[in-house]
Design a protein around this ligand. Structure first.
Ligand SMILES: [Zn+2]
Length: 248
């Protein structure tokens, strides 16, 4: 009897322990850069995450190109990693070892946003018409992921602007917000892939020039702000390059 009771107690304890362990296994979320050294020729979700994080380092000068987020570490990804490393004073070898990974991780907040941007800055009309990513043209989880990728590009732009704060005039717009500001019916803001930005101490011309090195395929220069988006990378009905014709 006692033996049977002991077995039962042990079994119960084992089950509780197993449940606790399962709960503590870190989730293999999309935001995980992993632990292996990443370099050219490798494939995987960790490479995909890397591509998201270095997407803002698409070019040295104005160029209609972007880092393809496909989980395949090719020459474009390598060049972007090198630019990132150079900008942050690391050895520009294009290999993501512990130092580069550490730096990339330090640029991510615990809630998955990036170091210098908050999710709330991208809510519909800055929270006036909603305090989440619902009500747009794709699911709120899709919008959130799109905004996350946008944030990483903006982190690069901010760095290139000499760490000048980047203000978000308008990020994601739900339909109510988009209507209220007179946005286009298929505005990229409705998907969370666009932002209207102001950069402290920089003119719209200067911001536009920086944006052209960050993998942005949609750029609109206005009197007081610059619109940036990644329309080429999404099947949202605007897969063409849209840049200001003036080069100044
Ligand atoms: Zn805009």
């Amino acid at each position: 009897m006692i033996k049977r009771l002991t077995v039962l107690v042990l079994l119960t304890l084992g089950l509780v322990l197993a449940l606790l362990l399962v709960q503590h296994i870190p989730s293999a979320a999309a935001y995980d850069l992993g632990t292996r050294t990443l370099q050219r020729g490798m494939k995987g979700d960790d490479v995909k995450e890397l591509q998201i994080r270095v997407a803002g380092w698409a070019a040295d000068s104005a160029q209609q190109t972007y880092v393809v987020v496909d989980g395949d570490f090719g020459p474009g990804t390598e060049a972007a990693v090198k630019r990132f490393q150079r900008a942050y004073g690391l050895t520009a070898d294009g290999v993501v070892g512990s130092q580069t990974r550490q730096l990339l991780n330090s640029l991510e907040d615990s809630d998955g946003s990036t170091a210098h941007f908050a999710w709330s800055e991208f809510y519909g009309c800055q929270g006036k018409y909603g305090t989440d990513f619902s009500g747009g043209k794709v699911s709120s989880s899709a919008v959130k992921e799109n905004v996350r990728r946008l944030m990483w590009k903006l982190e690069a732009l901010r760095k290139k602007a000499g760490n000048s704060p980047v203000n978000i005039n308008s990020g994601f717009r739900n339909t109510t917000c988009n209507t209220s500001v007179g946005g286009a019916s298929n505005s990229m803001h409705l998907y969370g892939v666009a932002a209207d930005i102001r950069v402290s101490g920089k003119t719209p011309y200067q911001v536009q020039a920086l944006a052209k090195t960050c993998g942005f395929s949609g750029i609109g220069r206005y009197t007081t702000f610059v619109h940036v988006d990644s329309r080429m990378e999404y099947p949202y009905g605007s897969q063409f390059w849209w840049w200001p014709s003036t080069t100044q």
